[in-house]
Write a protein of this length. Structure first.
Ligand SMILES: [Zn+2]
Length: 643
């Protein structure tokens, strides 16, 4: 029998919670029942942002550890849609788990070492999870990930964020739910804003339970799990770039010091950012641009800063327990409160984040003023989740401006959402409640998705091969050809290694050992810019030598784009092209390669990328890692499509 008070008391003692909320208890109890049932059932938990869903996901393992009863699962596999949020959740879980004796927690995503899918708690991106589940691994231990998954319980969190025109990811999940629950693996799916259609696809072939049983059973007041949004203003005939120049916006900035601006495209976010940056009146404001086409290190650095500054109470870096609110002072990366600012420091009167939908993914910030382009209802609700986020905040304000067009969303979703906001929700209170309460936002989302048609998955594509393969996945039978075609998303991700224009990259020269197909690396390190690197690689090619870049050097400067971004007129888009002597255009692909160090002659694990040059004509852009031509990357704005 589950004794919930065991977790509650332990977590209170450790200072993690005051008490478990009603629906947290309900969900944990139900998960426990589902897990112990002889008839396989999966559990859907639909609760608002800020309610504390991660705690529900971790509770079963926490309980087992505290009670010393490991009869349900050996571990936890926690699956999330993006790398950034995987990182955040891993940190949060670690903080709780390391106090109750669970130490082996791993983060698994495209930029971590994913060959070893083994831990007590594996926090994985959806893509990495799919590959591990389907045995698409670079390791020899094909069955290890499947074994880890089969002996854990499985949590899909923020599941609403997986979206594509075929509902392909939802179909994948449906297959996985079917075979895992048949095998007795307890499964929990959690969301705040998943449209009904998506839910139906995911749970198509399994028996499902829900918490709350009926969404109308959820009667808790908005104020108990988040702050209040006081006003929602709709700007008909006003586009984002006009709004950020308007006197109305400037007036708002007299009262609001924490502002979040969300554009639907990277290009528009970058334009708005440039406008604000060059505005003299905002000289004392910290303005930060965040989107998905920034190098990993740059993005991490910016996110770290805004996570600290975009809060009602901000911790001072003076080693006391000072807390203050904006305006504050910055001393390099240090935040200094008004009390501690003795010498002359740079004053920050306020902060403006200019972002794309990437902030919908769990960036834990709270603004006073949210300005957003109209987007599908579920996206708007997630964005509003970053406004007045803390339960004691009261004066949140949203401004929704007319979008330039519907891109990148399906037209009908943006149109339905805009029309509903404009024509059906007459008062500011009504709009605010539809962006914040669970029940009303569920209604808003389903209005937006009314008439939304899902595209059929092409019959003979890799997508349908993957689905068929997952449906028939057998132990002991390894279908290598199907495995090689496994795809986690409809569009293949392309990893871009993005050195800055004048940045010197450390590289090593390697000589191919003919018989063994291995490279021996020289010890000497060269420092080359991206353009020099390509020229050098071309020169070395003649001598059977190659250039190698260290894994960490690459990963710090990495980000992903969708393959579709490159396919303009079916040629590799020029962002990947390097011009050699004006006659030869090449693409630089980076391949993981087995190497031998010259001095030790010990084979090391593949820790290096080999630079492979391909001529434009023969270059077919497939999944993989490529070097971005640095002429297209701006240190501040990232990769922005040149018109
Ligand atoms: Zn201080």
């Amino acid at each position: 029998m589950l004794d919930l008070s065991l977790i509650e008391k332990e977590y209170q003692k450790l200072g993690f919670i005051e008490e478990l909320r009603f629906f947290q208890k309900e969900a944990i109890k139900r998960l426990f029942e589902c897990a112990q049932s002889t008839r396989p059932r999966s559990l859907l938990v639909r609760l608002p942002t800020g309610y504390g869903k991660t705690l529900i996901g971790e509770a079963l393992l926490a309980y087992e550890s505290i009670a010393g009863d490991w009869s349900i699962a050996r571990g936890l596999t926690y699956v999330l849609p993006t790398r950034a949020i995987t990182h955040d959740v891993r940190i949060r879980l670690e903080k709780h788990f390391c106090n109750i004796g669970i130490k082996d927690i791993k983060e698994l995503h495209g930029e971590s070492d994913t060959s070893d899918f083994y831990a007590d708690v594996s926090v994985a991106t959806f893509d990495t999870f799919i590959c591990a589940y389907a045995r698409k691994t670079f390791d020899y231990h094909l069955e290890k990930p499947a074994g880890v998954i089969a002996t854990s319980y499985l949590v899909f969190d923020e599941a609403h964020m997986l979206q594509d025109k075929y509902l392909y990811s939802h179909n994948l999940m449906s297959k996985i739910l079917a075979s895992c629950s048949e095998a007795g693996v307890p499964i929990l799916v959690m969301t705040a804003t998943m449209p009904k259609q998506f839910e139906e696809t995911i749970f198509e072939s399994v028996e499902k339970e829900s918490v709350p049983d009926n969404i109308y059973d959820f009667k808790e007041s908005v104020k108990s799990y988040r702050g209040l949004i006081e006003r929602v203003d709709i700007k008909k005939d006003m586009k984002l770039l006009e709004y950020v120049k308007s006197s109305e916006f400037k007036n708002e900035l007299k009262q609001k010091r924490r502002v979040l601006i969300v554009a639907n495209t990277v290009e528009r976010a970058a334009e708005a950012y440039k406008k604000l940056q060059s505005d003299q009146e905002l000289a004392n404001w910290e303005i930060v641009l965040i989107h998905s086409r920034l190098r990993l290190d740059d993005r991490n650095h910016r996110e770290k800063l805004v996570r600290r500054l975009m809060q009602p109470q901000i911790k001072c870096d003076c080693n006391t327990n000072h807390e203050d609110s904006l305006p504050l002072y910055l001393d390099g990366d240090k935040i200094i409160c008004k009390n501690c600012a003795t010498k002359k420091l740079r004053e920050v009167s306020g902060i403006i984040i200019v972002a794309t939908q990437t902030v919908e993914a769990g960036l834990d910030v709270s603004c006073e003023l949210l300005i957003t382009e109209c987007a599908p209802a579920d996206a708007l609700i997630q964005r509003a989740g970053r406004c007045s986020r803390r339960p004691n905040e009261e004066n949140g304000e949203c401004v929704i401006v007319q979008p330039v067009d519907e891109k990148p969303y399906p037209k009908i979703l943006v149109q339905n959402s805009w029309n509903y906001l404009l024509n059906e929700l007459k008062s500011e209170e009504e709009r605010a409640i539809h962006l914040t309460s669970l029940v009303h936002s569920y209604e808003f989302i389903n209005k937006a998705y009314k008439g939304f048609e899902v595209k059929r998955i092409p019959e003979i594509s890799e997508l349908s091969i993957t689905l068929r393969y997952l449906e028939a996945i057998y132990p002991f039978v390894v279908d290598h050809s199907a495995i090689s075609k496994v795809k986690a998303r409809p569009s293949a991700p392309i990893f871009l290694f993005a050195p800055l224009k004048d940045e010197k990259i450390p590289v090593l020269i390697g000589l191919l050992k003919e018989k063994k197909q291995r490279y021996i690396l020289e010890k000497r390190v060269l420092e080359l810019t991206a353009h020099e690197l390509v020229a050098k690689a071309r020169e070395l090619n003649e001598e059977n030598k190659s250039l190698f870049v260290d894994k960490n050097t690459v990963r710090k400067r990495l980000f992903t784009i969708e393959k579709a971004y490159l396919s303009i007129k079916k040629e590799p888009c020029n962002i990947l092209l390097f011009d050699l002597n004006r006659t030869e255009k090449v693409v630089a692909k980076l391949n993981y390669t087995r190497i031998t160090m010259q001095d030790t002659s010990i084979e090391e694990k593949a820790q290096y990328y080999r630079i492979n040059l391909h001529r434009l004509k023969e270059a077919k852009i497939e999944e993989g890692t490529y070097m971005l031509n640095p002429d297209f990357y701006d240190e501040k704005c990232g990769l922005v499509r040149v018109k």
